[in-house]
Write a protein that binds this ligand. Structure first.
Ligand code: ZN
Length: 426
C-alpha cells in the first residue's frame, strides 16, 4: 500500500482531468476498473458536471528570472482549478492571489477554486513574508475547457445481487493521508475480497472525485442504489491516530453495528462519531432522498490533524502499520457482515443435550464454561429467527468468530436451521 501511495503521490489530481486518469490507470494494475467519462455539462440532480481542468506548468518568476514559486517542486503551489494566466504584475496586485497558513509557517496549504473562476498560488507563510517588492512574471499554463469527469468503478459479483458499496475520493493532488491512504486501502481491500471463495454480497468499489463524483454516480445509478445493503466511505486511513468510525445517517444500520463491534473487540483505542452532514461522500450517500446505510471509516478525521490539507500530509506523515491496521479492520467488518446469519433453534424446548453430541466437553461444575461452550448456549437461546449472530455477539459480549463457530457446529448437528434465504441485513 505504501509503495502504491508513493507512486501516486506526484500526480496532480483534481475533480477532473488527466491526474485522475493517470491515477486510475495505475490502479488498474491491481484491479480491473471500469473507467467512466461523463461529459461536461451533464445535469446530475442540482449540479452539472464542470469543465475539465488540466495543468502543464506554473511558476512565479522574480525580475531576475528565478522561479521562486514552482509547480514542478510541488503541485500544491497552484490553487486547484486555477484559470490560465501569463502576465507581469507588481507584488501589490499579486498578493491577493497568494495563500499561506500563518499557524504553520513552513507548510504549503492546499486550496481549490472548483466552482468559481479564479487563479492563485499557495506558499509557506515564511516565503510569503519574504517576498520583496518586485515585478513578478506570473504563469499558470492550465486549461479549463469542456471535457469529462472521470471515475473508476469495480464490481465484484457475489452469490447475491445485494451490494456492499466501498467509496473513496481520488481528487486530491500530492496529499497522502487525505486521500491516497483511502485509495490504497480500498484497492487492497478489493484484491483481498477477490480471493474470498464464498462471497455472499456483491461488492462495488468507487474511485470518484469527492462531492461531484458521488452526486454523478448516484444520479446515474438509481437502480443499483436499491441493491446497496451496506457501505463504507474510506478516507484518512494512514495517520498514526486511532481508528474512527462515523455512523451512517441511520445510526444503527448493520454496517454501523458491525463497525463499532469490530473496533470494540479489537482492544485498541477507537472513536465512534455520530452522523453529520459534513465530511466526505457520506454526505451524498446519506442525503435524505437516499439515506443509504453508508458509514465512514477513518483514523484521525478530516480537519482534526494539523497536517490536514497541507504539504505536511506527505509520505513522512503516513505509517505503513496504520495502513495495514485499517485494511485489517475493514476486512473484519466486511467478514462479519458476510457471516451475520439469522438462525432458528430447531430444538427450542429446553436445551438440547450437547454432551451426548460431543459438543460439550468441559468438566462439569466449572463456574465459567469455556468461551466456545458459552457461545453454544447463547446461540441456541438467541436463535428465534429474528436475532442475528451479531445481535447475539453484542448481548453475550463474546467474540463474533466464536459465536459463528458455535452456530456452524450446532448447524452441522441439526440443531440450527436457517430461515430460507433470510438476510440479517434486511
Ligand atoms: Zn480533503
Amino acid at each position: 500500500m505504501f509503495a502504491l501511495i508513493r507512486e501516486l503521490f506526484p500526480l496532480c489530481r483534481s475533480i477532473t482531468g488527466d491526474g485522475v486518469r493517470q491515477t486510475l490507470r495505475i490502479l488498474e494494475r491491481f484491479i480491473p476498473l471500469n473507467v467512466h467519462e461523463v461529459p461536461t455539462g451533464t445535469q446530475v440532480f442540482d449540479w452539472s458536471v464542470p469543465k475539465e481542468w488540466n495543468i502543464r506548468d506554473a511558476y512565479v518568476k522574480n525580475s531576475q528570472g528565478e522561479r521562486i514559486i514552482d509547480f514542478r517542486n510541488s503541485n500544491l503551489h497552484v490553487v486547484g482549478y486555477s484559470t490560465p494566466i501569463n502576465r507581469r504584475m507588481p507584488l501589490a496586485e499579486f498578493r491577493s492571489h497568494l495563500f499561506s497558513s500563518p499557524e504553520h509557517p513552513d507548510w504549503v496549504p492546499y486550496r481549490t477554486s472548483f466552482y468559481q473562476d479564479n487563479w492563485g498560488f499557495c506558499v509557506s507563510h515564511n516565503q510569503f513574508l519574504s517576498l520583496k517588492d518586485d515585478v513578478y512574471e506570473v504563469c499558470i499554463d492550465s486549461s479549463l475547457e469542456p471535457g469529462f469527469l472521470t471515475y473508476g468503478e469495480y464490481h465484484l459479483p457475489g452469490k447475491s445481487s445485494e451490494e456492499v458499496l466501498i467509496s473513496t475520493h481520488v481528487c486530491h493532488p500530492s496529499l497522502c493521508n487525505d486521500n491516497l491512504s483511502g485509495v490504497a486501502v480500498s484497492v487492497f481491500l478489493a484484491s483481498h475480497l477477490c480471493r474470498w471463495p464464498h462471497r455472499r454480497f456483491s461488492y462495488r468499489f468507487l474511485f470518484i472525485p469527492s462531492t461531484i463524483g458521488s452526486i454523478t454516480w448516484l444520479a446515474h445509478n438509481e437502480g443499483i442504489v436499491r441493491r446497496i445493503r451496506h457501505g463504507l466511505v474510506l478516507a484518512c486511513l494512514g495517520d498514526p491516530g486511532c481508528l474512527t468510525y462515523k455512523r451512517s445517517r441511520r445510526s444503527t444500520a448493520p454496517i454501523d453495528r458491525a463497525a463499532v463491534y469490530v473496533l470494540q473487540q479489537s482492544g485498541a483505542p477507537y472513536e465512534v462519531l455520530d452522523f453529520s452532514p459534513l465530511g466526505y461522500d457520506e454526505r451524498q450517500f446519506c442525503s435524505p432522498g437516499f439515506d443509504l446505510p453508508v458509514g465512514c471509516l477513518m483514523r484521525t478525521p478530516n480537519g482534526r490533524y494539523p497536517e490536514y490539507h497541507t504539504s505536511a500530509d506527505n509520505l513522512n506523515f503516513l505509517r505503513p502499520e496504520a495502513l495495514l491496521d485499517s485494511l485489517e479492520k475493514a476486512l473484519n467488518i466486511l467478514q462479519l457482515l458476510e457471516e451475520n446469519d439469522v438462525f432458528v433453534n430447531l430444538n427450542p424446548m429446553c436445551e438440547p443435550q450437547l454432551g451426548r453430541r460431543g459438543l460439550y466437553q468441559g468438566t462439569r461444575g466449572q463456574s465459567n464454561p469455556p468461551e466456545h461452550e458459552a457461545a453454544l448456549l447463547w446461540v441456541l437461546n438467541g436463535s428465534t429467527g429474528s436475532e442475528s449472530l451479531l445481535d447475539i455477539a453484542e448481548r453475550s459480549r463474546l467474540d463474533f468468530r466464536v459465536i459463528r463457530q458455535a452456530a456452524d457446529a450446532l448447524q452441522s448437528h441439526g440443531l440450527l436451521g436457517t430461515r430460507t434465504d433470510t438476510r440479517a441485513s434486511r
